[in-house]
Design a binder for this molecule. Structure first.
Ligand SMILES: [Zn+2]
Length: 143
């Protein structure tokens, strides 16, 4: 068995993955980290929510993604499922003053949403690539 030293960098090449195999979970996790879904090395974003044109490492064309509003919807669902039960629990058990509650929930909701938007968008783009959605299928490019 070949051993790779931890100091040696494993470089992705188009031939190193079997053709046609795209693992959805791997692509999703790479997208969550803001990395290219194919090689896991190149940066997926060139700004906060601006997806780069292509991967700087493997050259994958990112312009085929159609994340649109899905990341925002998913972030609303995730943050809502954290904030709403938290509000109900605190109100039921402690009922602190309304200004105090607003001083906690509003910044928390805003910060949590901002923190989640980029990873969730990366995951959406990763899944779209893995499922060969839109133009991510080289065999059947979108017109
Ligand atoms: Zn790449």
């Amino acid at each position: 068995m070949e051993t790779v030293s931890p100091h040696e960098k494993v470089v992705w090449t188009p031939d190193s993955t079997p053709a046609g195999k795209r693992d959805v979970w791997t692509a999703l996790k790479r997208g969550l980290r803001g990395r290219c879904p194919r090689c896991g090395e190149g940066r997926l974003f060139r700004a906060f929510l601006k997806v780069a044109d292509h991967c700087s490492v493997c050259g994958l064309d990112f312009t085929h993604h159609r994340a649109d509003d899905l990341p925002a919807y998913l972030v609303i669902i995730i943050v809502g499922h954290i904030v709403v039960p938290m509000i109900l629990w605190i109100e039921t058990d402690y009922s602190p003053s309304v200004p105090l509650q607003l001083a906690i929930y509003l910044p928390f909701t805003l910060i949590a949403s901002l923190l989640l938007l980029q990873p969730v968008k990366g995951a959406v783009v990763g899944v779209q690539w893995a499922l060969r959605m839109h133009g991510f299928d080289e065999q059947n490019p979108e017109k």
